[in-house]
Design a protein around this ligand. Structure first.
Ligand code: ADP
Length: 243
């Protein structure tokens, strides 16, 4: 660890990258520990005899939830590594982002997410120059978050509209608790999570938005959030307009 902030910036780019990578690994290890401990403790209790059926079901639910969390962390970690090494080349091709949104929203609607989705696309629907795998990843992440951080039964709106001659703006709006202004610049950093005040614990590792930002950056666009606490959050990203 480097003590003074200045000292960090005096190092070469390679040395800084190495420290960032070590910090990143330390964070991943830290994030792995908590779900692993939960799974192992639940398994240990599970082996006890004379466990009431209700208690078994509870333990089973813990194992399932935490197991899924471990899988999500491993997937995001690998994707982060691939993105950091630019292992996956960016293919910018003409794409109907509205068609992709419809396909994804359909999947979210059929899953038991219990949110009302609406799509608003400008007419004629704008075409973009983008990497469809990356756009899908970003959208999936923003839709996942919109569901996780908003109340059951609330509305989520996805909008697709030209921003100007060169860019198309895609946004996902939810009616959740929103994000305080002071936190908004941090949420795109790896592992950053806004401290949770409510008693409902929302699982996550703080990697999703960092990955989304890497992907939007790689396509030359921008990603940001507009949010007034208690009025929900609207995440925007821009994609190059195709003509
Ligand atoms: P995760 O959701 O796994 O914690 P993300 O990187 O996707 O990680 O998000 C980082 C943080 O930003 C979240 O922990 C949460 O505090 C905040 N956040 C993201 N999306 C929303 C949203 N739609 N509404 C409110 N807060 C959000």
């Amino acid at each position: 660890m480097i003590g003074a902030v200045g000292a960090f910036w005096d190092l070469s780019k390679e040395q800084r990258a190495e420290i960032e990578y070590e910090n990143f690994l330390a964070m991943v290890t830290h994030q792995l520990r908590s779900p692993l401990t939960s799974v192992l403790s639940a398994l240990e209790l599970f082996e006890r005899r004379n466990l009431a059926e209700e208690r078994r079901a509870e333990l089973w639910a813990i194992i399932k939830t935490e197991g899924n969390q471990l899988k999500k962390l491993a997937d995001q970690f690998l994707e982060h590594q691939a993105a950091a090494k630019s292992a996956l080349p960016v293919k910018l091709e003409p794409l109907s982002v509205a068609a992709l949104v419809r396909q994804l929203v359909h999947q979210f609607q059929t899953a038991p997410s219990k949110r009302h989705f609406r799509i608003q696309a400008a007419s004629p629907e704008p075409l973009v120059f983008a990497d469809s795998d990356r756009v899908e990843h970003v959208l999936r992440n923003l839709l996942d978050n919109a569901v996780s951080y908003s109340p059951t039964g609330s509305r989520i709106i996805v909008r697709i509209k030209p921003q100007d001659e060169n860019w198309v703006d895609v946004s996902v709006q939810d009616r959740g608790a929103g994000i305080p202004l002071a936190e908004q610049s941090h949420i795109f950093q790896p592992f950053y999570r806004v401290p949770q005040t409510s008693t409902r614990r929302i699982y996550g590792h703080g990697l999703g938005l960092a990955l989304a930002k890497e992907m939007v950056d790689a396509m030359g666009g921008r990603i940001w959030v507009d949010s007034e606490p208690e009025h929900g959050a609207t995440f925007h990203f821009t994609l190059r307009r195709a003509r």
